[in-house]
Every structure is written in structure tokens, then in C-alpha cells.
Design a protein. Sequence first.
Lengths: 363, 263
Amino acid sequence: MARTNPRTSSFSRNLSSAPSSQSPGLKCGPNGTVVVSSGIPDLDKILGGGFPLGSLVMVMEDAEAPHHMLLLRNFMSQGLVHNQPLLYASPSKDPRGFLGTLPSPASSKDDKSRDREPEQEKGLRIAWQYKKYFGENQNNFDGNRDCSHQYCNDFDLRKPLERQFLSGQHVDCVSIQDSPNLDTIRDRCATFLNKLSRNDGSITSAGRIAIQSFCAPQCKYSNMEWDMLSFIRFLKSMIQSANAIAVLTFPPSLLSPSFSKRLQHMADTLLSVRAIPDEDKDMAKLLTGYQDMVGLLNVHKVARINTQVPLILEATTFSIKLQKHRFLVLECLNQAPVDGSSGTSYSKSSSCSGSSKTGTLDF
Amino acid sequence: MEQKGSSWDVVEQALGLGQMEEEGLPWALGVVLIEDRVETDASFLLHQLLKRSLSSNPSNTIIFLAFSHPFSHYDRILRKLGCNLVVHRENNRLVFLDMRLLQCPDGDEGKTRESGLVALYGKIRKTIHALPDDKKNFVIIMIDDVSLMEVAANGSLDHILDFLHYCHTLTAEFKCSLVMLNHEDIYSNMERPTFILDMEYLADVLIKAEPLVTGLATDVHGQLMVLTNKICHGQGSSRNKKHNFHFRVKENRVEYFYPGSRT
């Protein structure tokens, strides 16, 4: 029972400095990093915990579909729920208006319907004489679940985020459409990150920077490639020495190939999203659950901070699905069997409604 | 460690490191260019060379120009490889120059150049001159990302090439080595990729890291191609060899093996 009494061994990790005890939005990641949640539980699991602080995440947009907004929304909402400072930059006229579209964390009632089923099943299978151990484990398990629940919420895409989260002083919005050069956003990022500089050991809060459609053609600086690159280089070096994380989306198809590659090399974590056509009969035959998919997510690069070992994922392509039209889930692609039943979720705990039904009837 | 024979040695052999060390000679690698891609990061080669050079010969001095990562990142990685960078930095065996905020926006003006790459070159030269005579030949200059250097110079490739050329003259003057990392795929779509071709022309050793054609696997992280095209000073014979390896990166070492030699 080493788990219940972690201090007995001299090799146990000193948990007193773990940031998770101080603030719910932070968690210890691998290699001495601290990770924050991406706002999508499945994506956190895929990336090994979440986005590490001090890293730059880039999302390559689909030029024809707004799927990157799904990732951005959840990322921003998660930060606001954890009361973390947020800087949002977008090429729209009124970036603050976008905050109204952020999703709200799902209420606990919704959660129960999602999570309770496998637990009940587990309860039935445990023999009675192990009940005393079971109680202990149950507590442990619940504690862990609560922690991770706090760390990463399920967001209900249909419900807008409550006003109380948006009214705080720590939300900053910038429009990058009209500024002739990148000085404004550079200054805003610098002032935002200066408040979060990493000078003492304890991390109390983490800032989030979300930049949408960075190289969009409506921005006036969009033909100044080197300026944009030097801004990103500046942002990256600022982020590395701050308790912050930046997510930046850009449309690669509108950029020259070498410029796009340069951006990709600068990213610590590189994702791309792609819409799938509605009526693609070949794809529908090939993949299960094709009807429920809204798009595909590709993981090209996972942040490698303080380590040289690459994280090789089992799969790099995931389907983006909207479960019950509310929750964003990522699933491994499954080749369709003959009957075409629904695929399993990447995370077992959040198995979707379709397959959980078959789970209870399992014999 | 049963795989020792097929570990780092094969790359060492390809670079001819072991022989130079046996004779107590400096690493006369000349210019080493490492090229990688988005899918395969080759920075582990820099870590390996860093570790190897600091631990093998106590005379070796490294000048490290860091454009992409802070010192703490390299310190943690090298610690896992069994090499403490902080101690080496204190002993002046590692000169770590954090270049992440270097900006030399317009290279054409004499004034700004003074504060930019020319000043950087001056610093490197001064560092080498400050070394005692018996250590001057044991200097290795490492640049961790040349493409970010281009960004720092706002795309004025001529100035980067000038800088690299000056560093190249240092390798001739002091017999020191220059190791630099760049990204191949940035240039692969250009009509005239003069910059990377010039760099390849400068290079005595070219190491290319590529993903496997079949995708990355957990036990093979990619493949390396090592091209040596220099005149080996020991034998006087011209070597123009090409080696292919597969590699697998671990926290404390990197395994290299010939394709197909793993079951």
C-alpha cells in the first residue's frame, strides 16, 4: 500500500512542491515541466497530460472550415474557469465578441451520466471479502477523479460561459486586423508575459495566450514574412521564461511552403485540423462512425521540453466528434467492420453513448 | 548494454572521432552540418556531440550559440546523459551564449551590424584568443538552429553566410570544428535553395536525419545518413563515404544500428 503512504520510501517524490496542491489548473508533467489542460480531456491524454508551460502550440487550420476554433474555444474556456489570465488576439474587428461564444463546463449531472456507468459495473464485479480494500481504493479513485476533473473540465459546447468568468480583469483582447505592423501585439504580449515571469520557484497561476489566424490575409502585415517570424521567435523566447502557454493558429495553405515549414519548426507542439466532406462514400465505408465525425485532428509534433526522447503516439490521426452534440471527443480512427458499430473512444472513461450501451449488455 | 558495439560507436566511426582521440588530436571535424525535418528532430545529435566532447578530452572547449532553447533545457538533457553543464560552464569549458533575443534587423547598415552578427563573431574570436595556446585547437562551435539565426537577421541570407564563412575561416586558422543544425524541409520547396546548398558546400560532414518512409515506430525513431567528404589528415587519402543508420533516442543514450540489424 505504498500509494496511500507515499512518505515511507526515501525515493518517493517530494509532493510538497507540487503545484497541483496550490491551483487546480496546473499539474506536474514529465521531465520537471508543469502542464495545463487544453480544455479537451482526450487531447490531454494524447499529449501526455496537457500543454507544458513555456511551450508554443501551433494549430494548422483548414482553410475552409473553422475547426481550429473548437480547440481555441475549449483552451480559452478552460483557462477562464481556472481563473488564469488570458490574452486573445484575432483578426476580427471585435475580438471581445468571441468570448461570448466560449463553452461552459458541463454541470455535474451531465457528468454523472457520462462517468458513472463503468464504475457501477466495476462495483458489481468485486467480491465481497475485498470490500474493505475496495472502500479505500474507491476513495483514492474518487480523489483522483476529482483532481483530474478540476484540472480539465468537459465543456458543453451548447451552453455559453457564464458572465462571471468573463468579467474579471485578467481577460485581454487585441484585434490584429488593422495594425500595420506587429508592434502592438508584440507590446501586448510582452506586458502580459512580464506579469508572469518565472523568477521564483512556486507557480501560482499560468497565463494563456490564444492567437487566432495569425497570418490571415486580412491582417495588414500579412506580406511581411520575416516580421511575422521574428514576432513568433520573440514570443517563443518570452514564453520559455514565463509561466505561460501560447496557442497560435495559422492557415498553412495561404502561406508559401518554406514559410509554413519555418513556422512548423518553431512550434513545440504542432497539431492540424481538417474538415471531412459530408458525402464521401468511400471514406464512410472505410471508417466507423463516419456520420458522427466533424473533422480530423493530426498530431504532428509533441512538445519535447527538457528531454530528447520523442513521444511516439500509437496513432497520429484522431477523429473529432461531438458527443450528444455537446461534448468534444477525440477518437482513434477505426477501420469499419462489416456491421459498422461505433468505435471506442481514445479514453476508456469517456466512452461514448453508443458503445456504452453495448458495454452494459456484455456477457 | 549488450548493444554497445552497435551504439554511438558506429556514428563515431563514421566521423572518425575515436581515431583522433587515441592520437590525442583535437576533433578536426571541420564543418559538420546536421539537417533534420519537422517529423524528425535531430537535436539529439547536438546533445551527443556536446556530451562526448566535454567528457572525452579535458582540453575541449565548446562555444554554444543557443537560438532555440534556454540553458535549463540543455542542462536537464545533458544531466540525464551524465554530464553536468553547470560545472563545465563554471570551468569555462562551455561558453553558452543565449541568442534567443538577438535581433539584427537590418544587416545593411554598418551600425546595427556592429551589435549583431559581427559582434557575435567578435565574441567568438575573442573567446578563442583568450584560451591558453594548448587549448586553442580544441574548440568546437555549435549552433543549435541556423534557421532561427536567419530569422534574427530578418532573412538577410548574405549576412548569415558571411558569418558562417568567418566561422569557417576559424576552423582553418585554429583547426576548430563548427557544428550546426538546420532544417532541410524549409528549403526543399524553393526554386533555388542557395542557402542550404552553400551550407552543404561548406560542410565537411553532412548528417541528414529523416523519418522512416513507413512512419515512425517506437523502436526506430528515424534514419541517419552520414556523408563525409573530406581528406582524412591521418591517412592522406580522400574519404567520401556514405553511411546509413537507424536510430532510437533514449533519455540516457541514443542507439544507432544498421538498418535491419534489429529483430
